[in-house]
Design a protein around this ligand. Structure first.
Ligand SMILES: Nc1ncnc2c1ncn2[C@@H]1O[C@H](COP(=O)(O)OP(=O)(O)OP(=O)(O)O)[C@@H](O)[C@H]1O
Ligand SMILES: [Mg+2]
Length: 331
């Protein structure tokens, strides 16, 4: 696990976030009442099965939800005390990039197909900093090298389509990291990359953390969570179901879903494996049950779980949404 550079200062605070999408089948509640704090200097892992709302949470924090069909129904996203959801767009554009950056799974979300890599790096730098074109060019080139792009000087003249998927991913990572933001949200940042390059990117992210940068790492890879993260938030069916320090989560998972995630990893391989499937189906966001959303897959479920939606029980920095924890934790 990474050394903790975490402070007790909350950098990003998401409160009661609800986000939905209007679809032909009805309203999809992709994120419901999500509250999450990101401390300065920490690496927070956000995990959960496909479709549980991880990316929508991250995109909402950057106010990048496409609307329509998406709608942020309620909530606050506070960065250093400023609500990003109500901030004028002009101010928000300055915050994005300089203060918080996002690394997407699909690099073309962030790159323009029409311009050479060098020009995009230079323009991004000049948008946020008082820097000359030639200095920006040099810095951009340095960052391409730092993220492991060979022949960086030449690549500055390439169009994104002339690069491999892995190279494009690294260009995007360089573009985010070179601005030295306070917060980086990385959504499955290395899935498209080979193992050596993944290691290189994670080294960069670790180095970045020493400067008190906060990182939210969205991943399916529990090995990466163990190695990189100080804290973990587990999502299930549009909600946060558990948060805690990474050691506590691995040693004493409190929500049956977290236990199932960890138990489904091959024995002795929990530090180097992707999430395996858990028996049963995730409920459809078009039709969530009235009670606990995990109860159909939970071996501990009892009558109450089927009819009543469990609230969040909090104990210190541990948070669990499960009736089993009602007695030991206070609501
Ligand atoms: N543009 C969209 N239009 C309609 N529904 C959407 C849209 N984007 C996301 N959703 C829905 O919101 C829910 C949450 O999706 P999200 O992408 O956040 O999941 P995820 O946890 O990131 O999954 P994965 O691990 O596969 O990336 C899903 O039901 C998804 O179908
Ligand atoms: Mg996603």
């Amino acid at each position: 696990m990474s050394e903790g550079a975490r402070t007790d200062e909350v950098l990003l605070s998401i409160r009661d976030l609800c986000v939905s999408f209007d679809t032909d089948d009805g309203q999809v509640d992709a994120v419901e009442h999500v509250s999450l704090d990101v401390y300065r200097g920490e690496v927070l892992g956000l995990v959960g099965e496909s479709g549980c709302g991880k990316s929508v949470t991250a995109l909402s924090a950057m106010r990048l939800i496409p609307s329509p069909p998406g709608r942020i129904l309620s909530g606050q996203v506070m960065l250093d005390g400023q609500n990003l959801l109500t901030m004028p767009l002009n101010n928000l554009r300055k915050v994005r990039g300089a203060r918080m950056g996002m690394i997407f799974q699909e690099p073309m979300t962030a790159l323009s197909p029409l311009h050479r890599v060098g020009r995009q790096l230079v323009e991004t730098l000049q948008l946020h900093r008082d820097i000359s074109r030639s200095d920006a060019w040099t810095l951009g080139e340095e960052w391409l090298s730092k993220v492991g792009i060979p022949d960086a000087a030449e690549r500055m003249y390439a169009y994104p389509f002339q690069l491999s998927g892995g190279m494009r991913q690294r260009v995007m990572i360089a573009m985010v990291l070179m601005l030295d933001p306070d917060l980086v949200i990385a959504d499955e940042p290395t899935t498209a990359l080979d193992v050596t390059v993944q290691a290189q990117i994670f080294d960069l992210m670790r180095a970045m953390k020493k400067k008190d940068t906060s990182l939210v790492l969205i991943t399916h890879d529990m090995g990466v969570v163990w190695e990189m993260c100080t804290r973990v938030a587990v999502m299930y069916a549009s909600e946060i179901v558990e948060t805690g320090d990474v050691h506590d989560i691995y040693d004493r998972p409190q929500h049956p879903y977290t236990s199932a995630l960890l138990a489904s990893l091959p024995v002795h391989a929990k530090h180097q494996s992707r999430l395996q499937t858990i028996a049963g189906q995730v409920p459809s966001p078009l039709d969530y049950p009235a009670g606990c959303r995990f109860c159909d897959r939970c071996e501990h479920a009892f009558d109450r779980c089927r009819v009543e939606h469990p609230p969040v029980y909090v104990h210190g920095n541990r948070l669990v949404r499960c009736f089993l924890r009602e007695k030991e934790l206070q609501s």
